[in-house]
Design a protein around this ligand. Structure first.
Ligand SMILES: N=CN[C@@H](CCC(=O)O)C(=O)O
Ligand SMILES: [Zn+2]
Length: 416
């Protein structure tokens, strides 16, 4: 048994009451000014004020003592929505978008997601692996210790399974915990444009059973949006996924208010993501059903759209989580510090709310709350040391990265 003591730390952590932190609980942060964490075999064995933790260790042998030099100490970030398995970036499309061509228009013309689909079809697994691992290690350096990665640039059985195999392999080659999601219904392939229902049938009858057999994906997701998948098509796919025992989530009300938030509530999805255009009625339905709102402020930034109404959602009792949405189109960032800054400065969350959203609530989105998301006895010793006194540094140091050290299971995995 290896025992380590991290001492002289200014610890900030959300409080895990056994469910996602909604409403007022989203602001609840425990702070130990002179804190310490005792780690045994990669797990948190004790946490609290330094003198109390040290006195509780008694005569126990401590193999390593790490002086945190009074730095701010927080849980590792959990990023619950990424598309970071892709083959190529789409800088040309970014130029088009900043000249005013809408994101959905580019998709309609066969670009956007569909251009990433062509790139993935041409790439072999090694090429996909290289890009994905580079994105993941960049995320790790900026403090992400657990994340989700979606498929969705395959859009046929062979290429969706190929993406999921790559996601499994990168998970085995990095220290991060990875939760794979199947997103076969990410766009309608051009050959199905006149008969999208036939594509929906392909997802339900062929792709989903194959994904289930392969056994890698834990969740199924759908892009419910005008010109992509309708509410009833999304319902059909998500219900079939539930029937196979997959968890469900949904890209909802990103550009147009189609009612995806309401569908998430109706089906008991773990989360509805984006929600830039969601109605108050559906916010209330989500709150009642316990759906987590996963907000993606870098997508609003990149699409030059107003942010989701995060404060309003919290006031109405929703639990809010934050994610990068890392992808080559609408949000080319892996940086949770950037997301934290946007959440505080552009969405008006307090640093406490943003901390809960980017750690505890996002761990709940991924079903990783027993292992990650807060600094509690029995959870993994996944934590960050920040340059600065409080988590506010993440918003204050705009464009910088105040993450000085990243620990996964008590081991240093990135020292900046
Ligand atoms: N909106 C749909 N899917 C992604 C974008 C994927 C892409 O453009 O490649 C999103 O969540 O923003
Ligand atoms: Zn997405």
């Amino acid at each position: 048994m290896i025992t380590k003591l991290f001492y002289n730390a200014s610890i900030y952590t959300p409080v895990d009451h056994g469910s996602p932190a909604a409403g007022l609980a989203q602001s609840e942060i425990k702070h130990f000014e002179h804190g310490a964490v005792l780690v045994k075999n990669g797990m948190i064995a004790d946490i609290g004020e330094e003198n109390k933790v040290i006195s509780r260790t008694g005569s126990e042998k401590i193999h390593q003592k790490i002086d945190c030099k009074g730095r701010c100490f927080i849980p590792g970030f959990v990023d619950p929505h990424t598309h970071m398995c892709f083959a190529r970036t789409r800088e040309g499309e970014f130029e088009q978008r900043i000249q005013g061509i809408p994101y959905l228009e580019i998709l309609k013309q066969g670009g956007g997601i569909l251009s990433s689909v062509r790139a993935v079809a041409q790439a072999d697994e090694d090429e996909l692996f290289e890009v994905t691992i580079k994105n993941m290690l960049s995320a790790l350096k900026t403090g992400t210790t657990t994340l989700e990665i979606k498929s969705g640039y395959g859009l046929d059985t062979e290429n969706e399974l190929k993406m999921l195999r790559v996601i499994k392999k990168v998970a085995e080659h990095t220290p991060l915990d990875v939760v794979p999601t199947f997103l076969g219904a990410h766009a309608v392939p051009l050959e199905y444009i006149d008969n999208p229902d036939a594509f929906v049938n392909l997802v339900v009858d062929e792709m989903l059973p194959a994904v289930k057999d392969q056994g890698i994906a834990e969740y199924c997701d759908v892009f419910c949006e005008q010109g992509v998948f309708s509410l009833s098509q999304s319902r059909k796919i998500l219900k079939a996924s539930q029937g196979l025992g997959l968890g469900i989530k949904i890209h909802a009300d990103e550009v147009n208010d189609l009612g995806g938030g309401g569908l998430a509530a109706e089906l008991g999805a773990v989360s509805a993501d984006h929600l830039l255009a969601v109605s108050t009625e559906n916010i209330d339905k989500m709150a009642k059903a316990g759906v987590i709102a996963t907000l993606l402020p870098a997508t609003a930034y990149s699409l030059r759209k107003p942010c989701a109404r995060a404060k309003h959602m919290i006031e109405r009792g929703l639990a809010v989580a934050l994610a990068t949405d890392c992808n080559p189109g609408s949000s080319y960032t892996w940086s949770m510090p950037f997301i934290f800054g946007l959440a505080v400065m552009n969405m008006g969350l307090s640093p406490a709310q943003a901390l809960t959203a980017s750690t505890l609530n996002s761990a709940y989105v991924l079903g990783m709350e027993k292992q990650a998301g807060s600094l509690d006895k029995g959870k993994q010793a996944d934590f960050l040391m920040l340059e600065g006194k409080t988590p506010s540094i993440l918003a204050y140091n705009a464009g910088g990265c105040p993450v000085k050290a990243v620990y996964k299971l008590g081991e240093p995995v990135s020292l900046n």
